[in-house]
Ligand binder design. Structure first.
Ligand code: PLP
Length: 366
């Protein structure tokens, strides 16, 4: 077999998604017993207790395939969100829904517009289906430049991805700018609003994507159970999609793409809004502690609406390695002058603050 000729040309320049260092690798490398993984924006606590109980109860029935249409979970989500079931899609992580949307819409010659830096999966799915990525730099304040994104739209544009709040910067665009943007988006373009960190947001001016979803307008809104609900290990997310797009997604998805444990875990996570509120508040408190340490140490950061903070540094490689030596794994972006630091438990915050203190002492200003 001539693999070079056989494998689709679009895949050649791609590199697989890099998940970052594992705790066990860092333990081995540094000899540190206490290692914090603050690099994947996960929640530091386990899933909700009612979800754990329900998931345990379902284990003996895993000889059966999952419910292929995730009917109970979809019904619960529809009720909660006030949307019809023809609009509601669940996925093997919201990541899968991003790919299924791209697979349903994109052909070679199409263009996809998104801010940069933003979620790394947008350029991946664009390239995967032979389309061209148009990356619009964030503003100096690390916020989406929605006017420039609107200006970049052409006849060949098929999708605009908007990550709100944005990963990796934690910033949001506000209601007024979003509404102006929507007024300028032509009807041949699907706007995908990725709200993976929705539940952490506290800003009053945040435009909740659900309120703009009416089933007619070409908007898709995506959310996940991986973050505040602590189900990252199961892979489950959901989206509100225009009905024809949801129907297309059902054609290209695998027959049983969302496993039984994930469906049950997600379903039983939905009845504890007080735990969601508690987690949001605790996240906010820990962020505030971290900000105060950064202010004291002269570390530059971008205030965040999420469970991570974008730290700006002119020594990203050295700081990343120095934090690793302290047993703290953060997300690096190669030589880009920033690192992303996840928010954890109060104990995690204490360790992170001490690690930054030691790194600043060692490296001077960072
Ligand atoms: C902005 C954004 N969208 C989507 C995802 C994917 O989430 P999931 O775990 O639901 O696939 C992530 C995960 O980190 C993310 O940061």
């Amino acid at each position: 077999m001539d693999w070079d000729a056989a494998i689709r040309a679009e895949l050649k320049p791609m590199v697989p998604y890099a998940p970052g260092l594992r705790v066990s690798e860092v333990r081995e490398r540094t000899g540190k017993q206490t290692v914090l993984k603050l690099s994947s924006n996960e929640h530091p606590c386990g899933p909700f207790p009612s979800a754990v109980r329900a998931m345990e109860a379902v284990l003996p029935r895993l000889n059966r395939y999952p419910d292929g249409s995730a009917s109970a979970l979809r019904r619960a989500l529809c009720e909660r969100l006030g949307v019809e079931s023809e609009h509601l899609v669940v996925g093997n992580g919201s990541n899968e829904i991003i790919r299924l949307i791209a697979q349903s819409l994109l052909q070679p010659g199409d263009e996809v517009v998104f801010a940069w830096p933003s979620f790394v999966v947008y350029p991946m799915v664009t390239q995967m289906f032979g389309a061209t990525a148009i990356k619009i730099p964030l503003t100096a304040g690390e916020v989406h430049d929605l006017d420039s994104i609107a200006t970049a739209i052409r006849d060949s544009t098929r999708i605009v991805f908007l990550c709100n709040p944005n990963n990796p910067t934690g910033t949001i665009y506000e209601r007024k700018e979003f509404e102006r943007f929507l007024d300028n988006v032509p009807s041949h373009v699907l706007v995908v609003v990725d709200e993976a960190y929705f539940e952490f947001v506290q800003a009053e001016e945040y435009p909740d994507g659900r309120t703009y979803f009416d089933g007619d307008r070409a908007i898709a809104v995506l959310r996940t159970f991986s973050k505040i609900y602590s189900l990252a290990g199961l892979r489950i997310g959901y989206g509100m999609l225009p009905a024809p797009l949801a129907a297309a997604v059902h054609k290209v998805r695998e027959p049983f793409h969302v496993n039984t444990v994930a469906q049950v875990g997600a379903y039983y996570s939905l009845n504890d809004d007080s735990e969601v509120d508690r987690r949001r508040k605790e996240n906010q408190e820990q962020k505030a502690y971290l900000y105060s340490a950064f202010d004291r140490l002269g570390v530059s950061y971008v205030p965040s609406e999420t469970n991570f903070v974008y730290v700006k540094t002119c020594k990203p490689v050295e700081v990343f390695e120095a934090l690793l030596a302290e047993g703290v794994i953060v997300r690096d972006f190669g030589t880009s002058p920033a690192l992303r630091v996840g928010i954890g438990t109060p104990e995690d915050t204490r360790i992170t603050m001490a690690a930054f203190e030691s790194v600043v002492t060692r490296l001077g200003s960072i």
